[in-house]
Every structure is written in C-alpha cells, then in structure tokens.
Ligand binder design. Sequence first.
Ligand SMILES: [Zn+2]
Length: 329
Amino acid sequence: MILKDYSRIEKAVDLQILKNAHIVGVGDGGAYGLYDAIARSGIGKLTVLDFDEVDESNIVRQGFLTGDIGEKKVIAQGTHLKKVNSGLKYQGITKNFLTMTDEELDSIFSEASILLFLTDSFKAQSFGNLLALKYNKPAIWAGYYEKSHCAEIVFIIPGVTPGCFRCAVSPRYEAQINSKEEIKASSASNTMFHSMLLDSYIGMLMLAILHNKTEGFEFSNWFGNYWDRNLIQIKVNPQYGNEPDSLFSRTFAQAGGRVFNFNAVWQKIEPEIPPKYKICPDCEGSLYTDNLASKSYIEATRLGFPNKKKPEKFIPTLGSPKSWNHGKS
Ligand SMILES: [Zn+2]
C-alpha cells in the first residue's frame, strides 16, 4: 500500500521536501529501525548499502525476522519496507562501497539529499567523509563507543558547519594511522534499545538538516546559517563520564551531585587549520567557504578561514580505498 495520509505529521515536516528527498545510508544493522521510520515518514527515495547477510545474532538487536536469516540484509530490509510503504523508491546495494569505481560512486552519491554513515568500520566512516566532501552533501555519522556506555554523532552541513567529520574526530585518525589493526568499537554490549535510541537521534537530525532552510515546521531552522556544535555525545550509562576531568562531569558540574543521564552534549568543532592545528587533509578547512561571501572580513578572520575554494580534486588520504582490506563487520 502507498501511504497517502500524512495528516498527523504535517505540522512537523514539509511533506514536499520529504517526497523529493533521497536518503543514502551506508550500513544496515542497528539502522534497520531508522530505515523503517524513513519509509513511514513519506521520504521519496532510500538507498541502503550493506554487503552482509542476516544471521541469528542480528535478530536480537536489529529489526530483522528469523525468516530473513541467510538473506542479504538490504534485500530483507527492502521486502519489509515494501510492506510498510510501497510508495518508497528503495534500492538495496550489496556491493562494498570501498571497492566501487568513481562511476559507481557517482551514480549512488551524487544525487543524494543527505548521506548517513552507520557502520562500525573506521575505514567506511572515514571514506564517507571524503564522499560527503567530494559531493558537497550534508552527512551524519553515528555509532556507539566501546561497551555502549556512550554514543556519538557527527554531522556536517556544507556552508553551515565549519568542521568536517575528520576535524571532529582527528585523534581517532591519528590512532588509526599509528595502528596496524582497524579501529572498531565492539558492539557486544549493544541491545535493541541502544539501536532504537540512536536511530531516533539520527532521524531527528536528518529531518532538521532537510528542513534547515525552511520556515514554519517543527524541524525548521534548527541550525541557521552557522552551526559549529556538530559533535554530539550521548551518555547512556549513569556511570559513564563521572570522573572529575571528563566531558560529562565538567558539563554537569552545577548539578550538585545529581546524576544526569540520557543527555547529549553538543561539542564545538573547529575546522582544523593552522596555526592551532595541522591542516585537515580532507577538508582543508574549506567546508564553510561557501558562506564566506556573506561574512564580514573580521568575522571570517575570527573564524580563521583561509579564503579559498573547496579542493577541486578528490584525493583519498588513507591510501586508495581499493587497497583497503575491509573486514566483515
Ligand atoms: Zn576537516
């Protein structure tokens, strides 16, 4: 059945914007429920990439059914989404995007409205940054830290957020460069409820990004023309981050011993450019230059943006993605 009655959400969202939107998601696991919600929300087009098959361990904490075991995740997902809303144009891609040609990447990513990188693979997440910058797309990265005590979301909106994904998590890039093994957070403590919690945050941000330039809807104008609080950390275990020097204990120091939990701290991300930082090899601090014309000289100087255009050539900095040995996630 094609869903047509959106009367219960019409004040929250611009139905026409959603109908015209094309969401591209990399990773289909914990995000199963997110894609389900996307299908219910009247979004026109969804493309999901994942090369894994459903196995029994997935049933416990993802939305797949026992009858899906052995099926490619994106195929099982598509079968389900058709039952939710056959009006959704859905494409499931089982090829690893790290091994795709430029033409294949162009055909998938260049027409997207927003990109979602929802894998536990650092290689995939970092390659996603290069794609978001290459195609000049808004994008969201999300996942849990080790033991699932805390979740992290980074998002970028070209022309609005000054720093890119790499600027936001540059210490992780350093750690990866100095490590022989791929950095991965174990998902062994991650229950269905962890997935649902994070999916909701991602979905809300996705709607806000799609509506950022609109007026009059619940999701309108969350970020305006400039927004640098684009690294979000979500505390999901009351014992997490209570050490005196941690982000959460500093943020909630005024709480007088009350425990804050299920809270998110939105951290400021600066574009990594000299003199304060080594230059970010991915964005070179250029993500915000689209907007420089509308900024005064003093403001632009204060923000520290070199007055230059986006890099024209797409140069992967972690070696060619084709040479990466992408393990099964
Ligand atoms: Zn950057």
